[in-house]
Structure formats: C-alpha cells, structure tokens
Design a protein around this ligand. Structure first.
Ligand code: ATP
Ligand code: MG
Length: 333
C-alpha cells in the first residue's frame, strides 16, 4: 500500500526556533513512519524577501538541515531536499502563475500580513507576491496531500488548492491532488516580546540551538502581564507569553491549569512561573543541542544527506512536471 505524501519545509533564513518545534517539527516527527515525507530547504523562497542577503540564505541551508537532524528527523525515512536544485519547481511555478490573478495574490491574508510586517510599502518584490504560486508548485510537484504547517500558512494551502482545481479543470482530468493543511492544536507560538508570532526574522525567537544561558535570558526577558505589578495582584494569562509557552510545552496539563487559576486569582509571581518554564525549555532543548553539536562536527555527512535527498526529489518532481505539461496540452517535441 502506498503511503500518503507529506511535503513541508522551512525558509532558510536562520536556525529554527521553538515555534517551529510546536508548530510543525513535532508533527513531522510523528509522521515519519505513517507517511512518505519530504522536507524542503526553501532557499529560493527565502530569497523572495532576502535578495539583498543571499549569504544569509546560503549559510542557513546547513543550519536548518542540522536542526532537522538534531530534533530526530531520520534521513532514511524522510527525504530532505534543496529547493534551488529542483528545476521542476521553478518550471511549475511559471506555469501556475497563469492560473492565479494578481488581485488574488494581493488578497491572500498571509501575504497581506507579511507585506505589512516586512514594511515593503509599495516596493513588494514580485517574487514575494508570487510565492504562493511557487508554494503550490512545491506541494503539488510531490503530489503531497498532507501539509503540516503553522496556522499562519493555512491561506496558502487554500490558494494551492484553487490552483490545483484550475489546472485539473483545464486538463479535464485529476492531474494533481488537493492538499490538506494539518495545523497543530498549539497554533501559532508568540514571540518572546509578546508579538503574535515568533519568527526567525523577527528577532523574538528562542532557537532550538540556544545555550542554557540564552534560554534563561530569553525567559527572563519574556513579556508577561504589564499590569501584574505585585505578587498579590490578579494577573492576566491572555497575551502572556509565559503561559502561552507553558500551554505549548508543559506536559503536566493539570499543573498548568492550577498555575493559571492561581495567577488569575492573584498570589503568584511572574518569577515562579518563569522558573518552571525555564526548566521545561532547558529539558526540551538539551538533547537537541547535544545532538546538533555532534552533527555539526561532520558537515560532510549533512551535505551528503541533502545531496541524496535532492536527487530523489529531482526525479519525483520532474515526473510531475512532465505530467502537468502533457495534460495541459502543450506542444510535445
Ligand atoms: P521567517 O521569519 O524567515 O519567515 P519563520 O520563523 O516564519 O521565518 P518559516 O520558515 O517561514 O519560519 O516557517 C516554516 C514553518 O514553521 C511554517 O509552517 C510556519 O507556519 C511554522 N512556524 C513558523 N513560526 C511559527 C510559530 N511562531 N508558531 C508556530 N509555527 C510556526
Ligand atoms: Mg515565515
């Protein structure tokens, strides 16, 4: 029996953070046996808002690959591949751009949001505006039906499926399957500064590779309830980053419930809650850090994993591209 295919990936804009862990890595680990899984090191997508800094995009390829391996992605069960070395993705992107309008791209809630936070104003790189079509190419080139992502990405999967339906209707047959976004219960992890999303580019992240001191410093600096001035004051947990992280990472749900109630009543200081969170994050990240340090001593191995995975992915994506070109009825030589 063939397993359902999963495609996800990460922009190579820096090392991955605990938001990635809660938002998608944990799911990806869980799917390694039940699904055929591809992980895309999305360097061409990273370039859509980093064209001025290709060095960062290049360097981050190894960083993200190290993070994958360090959290337990097993290259014998999951294929890790590099976007810029899969020409079929670029070719499919060009085809798909004819099946989406500029106004639809501009209305995509994820894109709208990202344009605002990146402060592009009217100077939006064309590649950035069009990356939903490129992402549709990534997903469909692998014929992925399952896409585990953070909730900020859901509109992109919707847009992918719109393109899929147009292609299928033009081809008059089901050339490509639609995909389902799998969004974890934890949803979107806020940044340590209280902003709605922890992100590599936002300077508000705790990287998976953080040292014990960096973790403690980040927890200390974490945004809580600015009106919770004295221990006996009632505190607010909505928008309180420490509680958002406890919800995401503390496995003892009863304890979190009790702490939450006590904090809301008054009588629980930020320091106590932060200490608990610090312990939990230290425990979560220690084995990842150790494994990452070991792996980073052997870059040739990591490179080999990426090379082999990219080769496998190249065959797969080329086959889909040929099918799409054929069924769209383009000229055949
Ligand atoms: P950048 O700031 O460069 O865009 P990023 O931190 O947003 O980086 P991406 O590579 O864009 O990371 O996202 C990769 C995947 O991780 C996506 O599925 C995204 O939804 C998920 N993700 C990223 N940040 C978070 C977060 N804070 N909480 C939950 N999921 C997240
Ligand atoms: Mg992002």
């Amino acid at each position: 029996m063939t397993k359902p295919v999963i495609l996800t990936g990460d922009r190579t804009t820096g090392p991955l953070h605990i938001g990635h862990y809660a938002g998608s890595l944990a799911n990806r680990l869980a799917y390694q046996d039940s699904h055929e899984q591809f992980l895309l090191l999305a360097d061409t997508q990273a370039l859509t808002d980093n064209a001025h800094n290709p060095e960062k995009v290049r360097r981050s390829v190894m960083e993200v690959a190290l993070d994958y391996l360090a959290v337990g992605i097993d290259p014998t069960r999951t294929t890790i591949c590099l976007q810029s070395h899969l020409p079929a993705l670029a070719e499919l992107s060009m085809l798909y751009l004819n099946f989406v309008t500029v106004s639809r791209l501009e209305r995509n809630p994820t894109i709208k949001d990202e344009i605002r936070t990146r402060g592009f104003g009217r100077d939006i790189p064309a590649g950035f505006l069009c990356y939903p079509a490129a992402q549709a190419a990534d997903i469909t080139a692998f014929k992925a039906t399952v896409v585990p992502v953070g909730d900020d990405q859901a509109p992109l999967i919707e847009q992918t499926n719109e393109i899929v339906r147009r292609i299928n209707s033009t081809a008059n047959r089901k050339v490509l399957p639609e995909a389902v976004a799998v969004i974890p219960k934890a949803g979107r992890l806020p940044g340590i500064d209280g902003k709605a999303k922890m992100s590599k580019s936002g300077g508000n992240a705790i990287p998976l590779s953080a040292s014990p001191d960096q973790i403690s410093a980040a927890v200390k600096a974490m945004f809580t309830d600015p009106n919770h001035l004295r221990v006996e004051d009632p505190g607010q947990v909505e928008g309180n980053v420490v509680f958002a992280y406890l919800d995401a990472f503390d496995e003892d749900k009863n304890a979190v419930e009790e702490l939450t109630a006590k904090y809301q009543r008054g009588g629980l200081g930020d320091g106590v809650v932060k200490k608990r969170l610090d312990g939990i994050l230290q425990e979560l990240l220690a084995p990842i850090r150790t494994r990452r340090a070991q792996l980073s001593k052997d870059p040739a191995y990591v490179l080999d994993v990426i090379r082999k995975g990219t080769e496998i992915a190249r065959d797969r994506t080329n086959a889909t591209k040929r099918e799409v070109v054929e069924h769209l009825g383009l000229f055949r030589l």
